[in-house]
Design a protein around this ligand. Structure first.
Ligand SMILES: [Fe+2]
Length: 470
C-alpha cells in the first residue's frame, strides 16, 4: 500500500459489512465495501492513482470484486474504474445517463446489488450531475458528491442542477435516520466520515431553509472550472487514455485555461528560479520518489516539464513505477514552450544544467590529457571514460553526469518551490467538486435568526430529520 491510501487506518464495520476507505491527497474518496462471509466486494469511485492499492487490498483480504461503481461522471480527477475492473474481471456500473464506454450495467432507481446475502440499494440522485448514483447499505450511505461533510457539491457543469440536488437530498437521504454514516465522494480537510445527524445539525447548506434559497446560493459564485477537464472527461467517459505527451502549443492552451497548477517542473531548483511557468510546481527529478504524494495532490492530467523533455520522460517512468497515472510530458520542455510563445516568470538562476555538464565534461577531458602528459599516460583513460559517457548519453538520452550535477548544492536552491507554488495548487484543488460556502446573507434571506437548527426548524431544511415513528 502506498502512504496515500490509509485504508486500514479507517477500516470500519457496518453491520456485517467491511468498509475500506481509500483516501487520495487531492481530496477524492474511494471505497471498498466487502461482505466477509461471501468474500464479495464492490469498489466505489476509485481514483486512477489508487487502482493498485485497491487491487492489493482485495487480493490481500481474499475477496472477489464483482462490481466496480462510478457514482457519477468525474470531472476533477481520472477514474480508475476501467483499469480496476479490467484487472479484477469486474462488472462496471454507472447510471445510463453517464454513457460511459465499457459500463455494462446501468441500475435504475431502487435496483439492488448483492454481496453474498447483503443488499446494496442504488438510488438515482441527480443534481451534482444528471447521472449521479447514491449507494445505501444498512446504516450507511455512499453519497458520492450528493452530500459532502460540511459542504455541498457544485452544480454548475456537466448538466448539474441545483434544484434537482435539493430534491435528491430530500427524496433519497431525507428518510434516513440521523445515525446513518455518511461516506462522501470528496473531503478536502482529511475527514473520512460523518453522520446524517451531524450534517443536519452543522452543514450550512442543509440550514438554508428552502429550495429557492438553496438554489440561489448554489448558483452564486461558482468555483473555477477544473483545469484540464476535457482530457479527464475523454478518459472517464470514452476510455481514452490521457496522452503520454503533448506539444508545447497544447500545453500553452491548457495553462491559459487555468491548468498551470497541473504543471510539475522536474528541473533543479536553480533552473526553476531562473525561469518557470507561473503557478507551476517544482518537484526535482531526483526527489520525485519522496514527493509522490505531492504529485498525487496535483490535479491530473499532470503536465511534466523539464528543459527539453528528456528528464520529464524519465519522471513519467519513475512515477508510473509508483502506480501514479494521469501523466503527460510537455514535448520539448520549457525551451519549446518559450519558442511557441509561452510566457515564463524569470528570476535569478544559475547557468543551465546542460552547460554545466559541458563545462564539467570539458574540464575532466582537459585534466585527463594534462595528467597523461605530466604524471602518467594511464590518465588518458579519464578522458576516454568521459568521451564514452557522452556518446552513451547522446544515444540513450540518459546523462548520469547531468543527474549528478543536478544534486549539487548550487542547483538545489529555490526560494519558491515549496511554499508559494504548493499553495497555488492547494487553492485550486479544494474547489474542484465542492461549491463555495453559502454567503452569510443566505441566513438573513431565509429569515433564520441563528444558523444552528432546532427541531422546529428541521422540516424546512434540505435534509429533514426522519420522523421518529418511521
Ligand atoms: Fe464530482
Amino acid at each position: 500500500m502506498s502512504q496515500t491510501a490509509v485504508a486500514n487506518t479507517h477500516r470500519a464495520t457496518l453491520g456485517s459489512l467491511t468498509v475500506l476507505p481509500l483516501l487520495h491527497p487531492q481530496g477524492c474518496r474511494g471505497y471498498l465495501v466487502a461482505d466477509p462471509a461471501s468474500r464479495q466486494a464492490l469498489a466505489i469511485d476509485i481514483h486512477l492513482d489508487l487502482v493498485e492499492d485497491a487491487a492489493a487490498a482485495v487480493q490481500q483480504n481474499g475477496w472477489k470484486l464483482p462490481y466496480v461503481v462510478d457514482t457519477h461522471t468525474h470531472a476533477d480527477h481520472p477514474s480508475g474504474s476501467a483499469a480496476l475492473a479490467a484487472r479484477m474481471s469486474s462488472t462496471r456500473i454507472a447510471h445510463q445517463k453517464a454513457n460511459h464506454r465499457g459500463v455494462s450495467r446501468h441500475p435504475a432507481d431502487g435496483d439492488v446489488l448483492h454481496l453474498g446475502d447483503q443488499v446494496v440499494t442504488v438510488r438515482h440522485a441527480p443534481g451534482h450531475t444528471p447521472d449521479h448514483l447514491v449507494l445505501l447499505i444498512d446504516g450507511a450511505v455512499f453519497a458520492g458528491d450528493t452530500l459532502l461533510i460540511g459542504g455541498m457539491a457544485r452544480t454548475d457543469f456537466l448538466g448539474g442542477d441545483a434544484g434537482q440536488l435539493f430534491d435528491s437530498l430530500q427524496r433519497v437521504l431525507g428518510s434516513l435516520p440521523d445515525t446513518t454514516v455518511l461516506y462522501p465522494g470528496h473531503d478536502y480537510q482529511g475527514r473520512v466520515r460523518s453522520t446524517l445527524g451531524q450534517e443536519r445539525q452543522q452543514n450550512p447548506w442543509l440550514l438554508l431553509g428552502d429550495r429557492a434559497t438553496f438554489v440561489r446560493q448554489l448558483r452564486a459564485n461558482p468555483p473555477p472550472r477544473p483545469a484540464n477537464m476535457d482530457d479527464l472527461l475523454r478518459l472517464n467517459r470514452e476510455g481514452q487514455d490521457i496522452p503520454n505527451s503533448i506539444s508545447a502549443a497544447e500545453a500553452m492552451r491548457l495553462v491559459a485555461a487555468g491548468g498551470q497548477g497541473s504543471v510539475i517542473d522536474v528541473r533543479t531548483g536553480a533552473e526553476f528560479d531562473g525561469e518557470h511557468i507561473a503557478g507551476s510546481r517544482l518537484l526535482p527529478l531526483d526527489q520525485l520518489a519522496q514527493s509522490a504524494d505531492q504529485v498525487r495532490a496535483t490535479p491530473a492530467p499532470r503536465l511534466l516539464l523539464c528543459r527539453t523533455g528528456s528528464r520529464a520522460t524519465m519522471a513519467r517512468d519513475t512515477l508510473q513505477r509508483l502506480h501514479i497515472g494521469g501523466l503527460t510530458v510537455i514535448e520539448g520542455g520549457i525551451e519549446a514552450y518559450k519558442a511557441a510563445g509561452g510566457q515564463v516568470e524569470r528570476g535569478q538562476g544559475v547557468i543551465s544544467l546542460e552547460r554545466q555538464v559541458r563545462i564539467a565534461a570539458g574540464l575532466i577531458v582537459l585534466a585527463g590529457v594534462l595528467l597523461a602528459n605530466v604524471v602518467h599516460p594511464g590518465f588518458v583513460w579519464l578522458s576516454g571514460f568521459v568521451g564514452a559517457g557522452l556518446v552513451f548519453a547522446g544515444i540513450t538520452d540518459w546523462c548520469g553526469m547531468g543527474l549528478l550535477i543536478a544534486r549539487a548544492p548550487w542547483n538545489r536552491r529555490s526560494n519558491r518551490a515549496s511554499s508559494g507554488i504548493a499553495s497555488a495548487c492547494a487553492a485550486s484543488a479544494p474547489s474542484a467538486c465542492a461549491a463555495s460556502a453559502p454567503a452569510p446573507a443566505a441566513c438573513a434571506a431565509s429569515g433564520c435568526a441563528a444558523p444552528v437548527p432546532t427541531t422546529d426548524a428541521a422540516p424546512a431544511c434540505a435534509l429533514p430529520k426522519r420522523p421518529q415513528s418511521s
